[in-house]
Design a protein around this ligand. Structure first.
Ligand SMILES: [Zn+2]
Ligand SMILES: [Zn+2]
Length: 388
């Protein structure tokens, strides 16, 4: 039985000594193996993972490596477990933890910064200056589960208390996995100025962050909120999440359409979630003079940018990484108050043992998959379904 020294456990939540965990071997090679259940240190808890959502970044990591960085390098053949958008139940408390109780349902933020660098002190822990410095003799306390430390395609994980967000029992496991995605959109809007009530916002790219960006912008009072994309089914979900207008860029010029819909002037803010090669130039022509562009997606290749246009028009452009400044808590508050229905982006659920199939659904967008969730228990595996 799991009973490490100085760790609080409960007979109500018996913890085995070992757990099932997917481990990344070579690129695209995942194996379901057995690991020891990890032990929380000071200010950390053990989370029993109940559900984990698949993110496009997981697909990147499993196929290419970055932005994961294990022991200072690529994440391959290092006994690394990817997966970062998970939720679960607090199962054990590290020394000194009294902020949470065993049995509480939580969802997680990915990044626990070191807590001592300049950026962490500013609340920008997703840009921690000690990123990835948590191996060997180097222990700065930084963790980004699923990127620099073990993640959520497993039955248990360790989380710093700063990365936990309580979720109400009214929220399903699947919905709770989406809090961090909404939190990323919220962070983008926070960095755009936060006070977006009455301001006009365009979201480009109806992936999970873009769709929840629409929802969060609308919940914050932005008006109008315009979503651009190339697939009508996803634009339809954008409308259901609160977009005032949607533009299919295959059917009309999105820059012209945005300007027309906003009185010819262009909008105040663009949240760029498409990663398209010309996205920055298009976004620049969608915002009004002095407008702001927040980049939340990364293109596969370096992109050419018309800088003179940005300078002449005093346009602000900046990137965001992940879910800083406790944005996840604000996103969860909106979801708990049912200000929008994030479950509209959840399309498929699989059992933990079917992770490779789940990844294939997410990668190939089988059956219009958007957010694919994997559950560690309570969801029948494909084989057992077939056997019934
Ligand atoms: Zn993600
Ligand atoms: Zn830091």
């Amino acid at each position: 039985m799991y009973k490490p020294d100085h760790v609080k456990t409960s007979p109500d939540f018996p913890i085995p000594e070992t757990m099932r965990a997917w481990v990344l071997g070579d690129p695209d090679q995942l194996t379901l193996s057995t690991k020891s259940v990890p032990v929380p240190k000071k200010a950390e808890v053990l989370v029993r993972i109940d559900a984990v959502a698949i993110c496009a970044t997981d697909l990147e990591i499993i196929h290419h490596g970055p932005p994961a960085m294990i022991h200072g390098g690529l994440p391959y053949n290092k006994n690394f477990t990817p997966g970062h958008e998970y939720m679960g139940t607090v199962a054990a408390l590290g020394p000194g933890v009294d902020e949470y109780k065993i049995g509480e349902r939580v969802t997680v933020e990915i990044h626990a910064g070191c807590g001592q660098c300049k950026r962490c002190r500013e609340g920008m822990y997703t840009s921690c200056h000690n990123y990835g410095l948590n191996y060997g003799d180097v222990d700065k306390g930084h963790r980004a589960n699923g990127f620099t430390t073990d993640g959520g395609f497993a039955e248990y994980a360790i989380n710093h208390v700063n990365t936990l967000v309580r979720v109400s029992d009214a929220m399903s496991d699947e919905e709770a996995t989406l809090v961090v995605t909404a939190g990323t959109a919220m962070y983008g809007l926070t960095e755009l100025g936060g006070l977006v009530a009455g301001e006009s916002v365009v979201v480009t790219g109806p992936g999970p962050i873009g769709l929840l960006g629409v929802a969060v912008a609308k919940a914050l009072g932005a008006n109008p909120v315009i979503l651009t994309g190339t697939r009508d089914n996803r634009l339809q979900i954008g409308l259901e999440l609160g977009a005032d207008y949607v533009i299919n860029a295959k059917k009309e010029d999105p820059v012209e359409a945005v300007r027309r819909l906003n009185g010819g002037k262009g909008v105040d803010y663009v949240i760029e979630c498409s990663g398209a090669p010309d996205a920055v130039n298009e976004a620049a022509r969608m915002v009004n003079r002095g407008g702001k562009i927040c980049l939340a997606a990364f293109p596969g290749k370096p992109a050419e940018v018309d800088i003179a246009y940005l300078v002449r028009n005093n346009i602000y452009v900046f990137g965001i990484r992940g879910e800083g400044k406790s944005a996840t808590h604000r996103a969860e508050a909106f979801m708990a108050q049912k200000r929008f229905d994030a479950t509209k982006v959840h399309t498929h659920t699989f059992a933990l043992e079917d992770l490779p199939t789940a990844l294939r659904y997410a990668r190939e967008r089988i059956e219009d998959a958007i957010k694919v969730v994997v559950k560690t228990h309570g969801h029948a595996a494909i084989n057992s379904v077939a056997a019934e």
